[in-house]
Write a protein that binds this ligand. Structure first.
Ligand code: 9MR
Length: 594
């Protein structure tokens, strides 16, 4: 199975049309500071279609006509927007069962029974009938251990149907990964008596021991209905991508800020590495340098000498640290002190993992804090000198809705509960003490444009600055299509900029509810407005923006994706093909601001 996708041909035309209809004059409060700077694009993209039309106006009609025909021919071959790239996808089926030829790969789960029937079929002559269920989890299962591979992405398609029971029922397909834990693979609402398509996608997690794929009904069922399954196919996609010649984001913004991307170990495939190195000059570990990755539990409990001097390990971070070092790409360190992704046992007496184990004294926790920071910085600075240029020393410590003094996060922060509000200053003090002199220390937070957070963060950062403990503020910038307002965002960046600290956009993404070409274009325009604004703020000195980091490389791997509900927030799609959002960030004239 092979198909070639010429991407965004239609979309480019739509974009130009929108531009022609609305231009840049459209009244929208976000337009205020935005201009549309021209950047140098590869020769094939140097001129907008408008400019090409103007050129033609000067030529004799026949010549222009011949040229137009030649262009149309080229378009037929490559697609009108060839610079959006192509992808050739081949599918490899790893499992299929259509129940037409007597082959039955499924067995019953629990007391359920599976059998082939020939009086019902979504297609062909047979289907699988699942009956005798006494619990929701009873259903039909097939063992694909050894066939489904860890970290590989699989797509499932099947048809399901039931005849007796409620008017509609949620049908689920799941992957059991280690004899007890399971993940959603596909889900669909089926109406009584109708064959319903069910499809989904899964990346097999690293801790998978066995891979059992099974069908069952969801809670909506109410009763243990019998059901039919047919036309089951599970496959992987291999894509040969031709992105064409892309401008490099790190070059486009070299006079303003470095361009970064967050990656996790699972994402460091050869194709991804190549794209990262082409486009970015800064990286952040998405998870591998957080306390829950670096703390070495086994060692911590192995000897009382670790009680105030927690042991750390870098085996999970190594892949990213090595890749960055070998390729001369700098790292943002993320993150030393955070209420989340820091195990409770780190705060507990004797590093106990008991749920209610008593927490240590403030004095002991301050020692653990200092020594943790000391070791993380010493290890990275010794083994990877000069690699980490900035650290998020404290992450998300402000939370106005907790109602505490200084707008600090209290309710879910063991740092606050064990040490009190001074944990923040202490963390910066220790980081300053052990960090090499060029390493920049950042306070990092989300929803940073909200007025309460602006107040809380400004107050905190101003006080740290007075003591010489902070160099910058990290604005995570997890955006949606409609929020935050770019007016509010710009105002907050100006406010933070006035503190005279560096500003970094540390976790940028923009979630979408759908992947239609219209939605991609709306996203692209908003990305463009944002980048025009950021460049302008930096050019005019309103804020010293030193880095912009995307929280992920491609849409298929994002913290925003939920099972069955992808989010499409980034610059590249699942094939690593550039989206309109990429051209927007590259400031291509093909993407209008509105
Ligand atoms: O991207 C990270 C995701 O893989 C983790 O599951 C999640 C757990 O909290 O953390 C994500 O990264 C977060 C970052 O460290 C801090 N700001 C919010 C990010 C998105 O949740």
């Amino acid at each position: 199975m092979k198909k070639i996708i010429f991407r965004f041909a239609l979309l480019l035309v739509m974009g130009m049309l929108t531009y022609a209809l609305t231009g840049c004059d459209k009244k929208d409060s976000e337009a205020k500071s935005a201009s549309d700077p021209k950047v140098t694009l590869p020769a094939s993209q140097e001129k907008s279609n408008d400019a090409k039309e103007e050129d033609k106006a000067d030529k004799p009609a026949k010549e222009a006509e011949e040229e137009k025909t030649a262009e149309e021919d080229a378009d037929k071959e490559e697609g009108p927007a060839a610079h959006y790239g192509t992808v050739e996808v081949s599918e490899e089926i790893i499992f299929s069962n259509n129940f037409d030829d007597g082959k039955m790969d499924f067995t019953g789960r629990g007391p359920a029974k599976t059998q082939i029937v020939t009086d019902k079929a979504a297609d062909g002559t047979g289907s699988m009938f699942v009956s005798g269920r006494t619990a929701l989890w009873n259903g039909a299962t097939v063992d694909l251990s050894g066939i489904m591979k860890i970290n590989e992405t699989y797509i499932i398609k099947a048809r399901v149907m039931y005849e007796n029971g409620p008017d509609s029922v949620r049908m689920d397909c799941k992957l059991e990964k280690n004899n007890e834990e399971y993940l959603s693979f596909a889900s669909a609402m089926a109406n009584k008596g109708e064959w319903t398509p069910i499809s989904g996608i899964i990346i097999v997690p690293e801790d998978t021991v066995n891979a059992e794929v099974y069908f069952e009904t969801g809670f909506a069922a109410g009763e243990m209905i019998d059901f039919y399954v047919d036309e089951v196919v599970i496959y992987t996609e291999n894509a040969v991508v031709n992105r064409g010649e892309l401008p490099s984001l790190k070059d486009i913004y070299k006079d303003n800020f470095s361009m970064g991307v967050a990656v996790t170990n699972a994402e460091l495939s050869p194709a991804r590495k190549e794209l990262i190195l082409e486009q970015f000059n800064s990286m952040t570990a998405g998870n591998e340098m957080k306390p829950d990755s670096l703390l070495d539990y086994a060692k911590c409990i192995s000897d009382p000498k670790y009680d105030d001097n927690p042991a750390v390990k870098f085996d999970r971070a190594k892949l990213i640290l090595d890749f960055a070092q070998e390729n001369g790409i700098k790292l943002r360190g993320h993150t030393l002190v955070w209420h989340s992704q820091t195990p409770r046992w780190f705060f507990a007496e004797g590093y106990s993992q008991e749920a209610n184990a008593p927490l240590v004294s403030k004095e002991l926790m301050l020692k653990r804090l200092e020594n943790y920071i000391k070791q993380v910085l010493e290890y990275t600075q010794t083994n990877y000198p000069g690699l980490i240029y900035a650290w998020d020393v404290v992450n998300e410590a402000v939370n106005p809705s907790d109602g505490a003094e200084g707008f600090l996060r209290t309710r879910d922060s063991l740092w606050y509960q064990v040490i009190g509000p001074e944990f923040i200053e202490k963390a910066f003090e220790y980081a300053r003490k052990y960090a090499d002199k060029d390493v920049k220390l950042f306070y990092n937070d989300y929803n940073t444009e909200e007025s309460g957070r602006v107040q809380g963060i400004t107050k905190l950062a101003a006080s740290l600055k007075e003591k010489g403990l902070i160099d910058g503020i990290g604005l995570q910038s997890h955006f949606a299509e409609g929020s935050p307002s770019l007016v509010d965002f710009e105002k907050s960046v100006r406010d933070y900029g006035e503190l005279g600290l560096e500003i970094q956009i540390t976790e940028l993404d923009m979630r979408l509810g759908e992947n239609t070409e219209e939605a991609y274009m709306r996203q692209a325009k908003r990305y463009k407005r944002l980048f025009v604004m950021l460049k302008n703020l930096d050019d005019t000195g309103a804020a010293n923006i030193t880095n912009v980091t995307f929280w992920g490389l491609s849409d298929d791997i994002s913290w925003l994706n939920e099972p069955g509900k992808p989010s499409y927030p980034l610059l590249f799609d699942k094939y690593l093909l550039q989206k309109p959002a990429f051209w927007a960030v590259a400031l291509s004239p093909d993407i209008p601001l509105y």
